[in-house]
Design a protein around this ligand. Structure first.
Ligand code: PLP
Length: 400
């Protein structure tokens, strides 16, 4: 290892944990460290690098747009911004788009939209029912809506108005609804919560409840959107239409961009209600536009589904051979393996040693969120490396 970790320790705020790797280059499904060692990347920048590392389409658009127009304020019209918004509207069930810079900011914006809608249409109702084990980001309102205590507890008092209910339990949503309820906020599949896939009719029943009680359904598709779960959006797999949807991660395939989409009836912002300096700048929206075109033209969601099925078959084989495995689950290329014991760090340690990057999503679970352009060979190689790493971890647990 180089001196980067030591240098960082002197100047950087320690807000998160690092793996013992400094990555310097990426191409396709692989990244390289400073020593020139390559790794098969089944983390994809946490489900961001949907088209792989340094995809030619992103690089070409970045170079062209950077030399044309980087940024103008949102006081002016912008061609790439409109083009990306048009594409998103054309390919989704939503009618209007607002651009931001991250998933958390997209959710913040969605909450403001829902609260304003509550003032206009529901006597000031403001509560947004959220799910236990959910993850919606780290800004103040997003963390308040996140149903995982360790993300919230250090930052109390939090923003009020986010009651939590168990995920995949429509009766709990019914019971939590009161005259203050304005919306229900859910991930179609919980990603950070450990890849939790609800019953096939869960979102349909939630949609029905929302319709009956004049509630907005907000789907956080920051992780599930843009092809990750084998359809362009998770709501399509679930057979429901949200009133509001948030996107980020795969929308830019490596560049920071997020978006809030809303149906016409939920699109209640007026000039002056919201704004940001960088959101929807020409550089990021030009990339988002070309990423989305690429995803559609090459039917990337179909590849995510195909490779996801293969990945799950391979994971089930590992489950059969290793009694340490409690369960495997996945939808498209959002998959996880869960162990009986908290051995995910140990297995991950050996994965890195064997040249595979995976994500420790829980002390007892690993998540696989590779680029959506992976091939059968990549899946097979990753599963050989995973099986080897699991065997290595059983033989020699990682140093603590
Ligand atoms: N929502 C979901 C479902 C996520 O998975 C994430 C990040 O993992 C976020 C929101 C937050 O996105 P960001 O880190 O871009 O703020």
């Amino acid at each position: 290892m180089s001196d980067i970790p030591e240098r960082e320790a002197r100047v950087f705020m320690r807000a998160g944990k690092r793996q013992p790797l400094t990555l310097v280059r990426g191409e396709g499904v692989r990244v390289w460290d400073e020593a020139g060692r390559s790794y098969l990347d089944f983390t994809a920048g946490f489900a961001v690098d949907s088209l792989g590392h340094c995809p030619p389409v992103v690089v070409a658009t970045l170079v062209k747009q950077a030399a044309t127009l980087l940024q103008v304020s949102n006081a002016f019209y912008s061609v790439p911004q409109v083009e990306l918004a048009e594409l998103l509207v054309e390919h989704s069930c939503l009618d209007r788009v607002y651009f931001v810079n991250s998933g958390a900011e997209a959710n913040e914006t969605a909450f403001k939209l829902a609260r304003k809608w509550g003032k206009l249409h529901k006597d000031g109702a403001f509560e947004i029912i959220a799910a236990e084990n959910s993850f919606h980001g780290r800004t103040m309102a997003a963390v308040s809506a996140t149903g995982t205590a360790h993300y919230r507890d250090p930052f109390t008092p939090l923003m009020p108005g986010f009651p939590f209910v168990p995920y995949n339990d429509v009766d709990a949503i019914r019971a939590a609804t009161n005259e203050n309820t304005v919306a229900v906020l859910l991930e179609p599949v919980q990603g950070e919560g450990g890849v939790n896939i609800p019953a096939p009719d869960y979102l349909r029943k939630v949609r029905q409840w929302c319709d009956e009680h004049n509630l907005l359904l907000i789907l956080d598709e920051v992780q599930t959107g843009m092809g990750r779960v084998g359809a362009l959006f998770g709501y399509q797999r679930a057979g429901v239409e949200p009133d509001i949807m948030t996107l980020a991660k795969g929308l830019g395939s490596g560049v920071p961009i997020g978006a809030v989409l809303a149906k016409e009836h939920a699109s209640v912002f007026e000039p002056g209600d919201h704004g940001n300096t960088f959101g929807g700048n020409p550089l990021m929206t030009a990339v988002g536009r070309d990423v989305l075109r690429y995803i559609i033209d090459h039917d990337i969601p179909a590849n995510a589904e195909r490779q996801g099925v293969r990945l799950m078959e391979r994971l089930r084989g590992i489950e059969d051979r290793f009694p340490q495995v409690r369960a495997v689950r996945g939808q498209g290329l959002l998959c996880a393996i869960e162990f009986h014991e908290p051995i995910a760090d140990a297995v991950n340690h050996h994965c890195i040693a064997n040249g595979l990057l995976v994500n420790v999503v829980k002390p007892n679970a690993l998540r696989f969120i590779p680029p959506l352009i992976i091939t059968e060979e990549d899946v097979d190689e990753a599963m050989v490396l995973l099986e080897r790493s699991l065997a290595d971890a059983m033989a020699a647990p990682a140093p603590s």
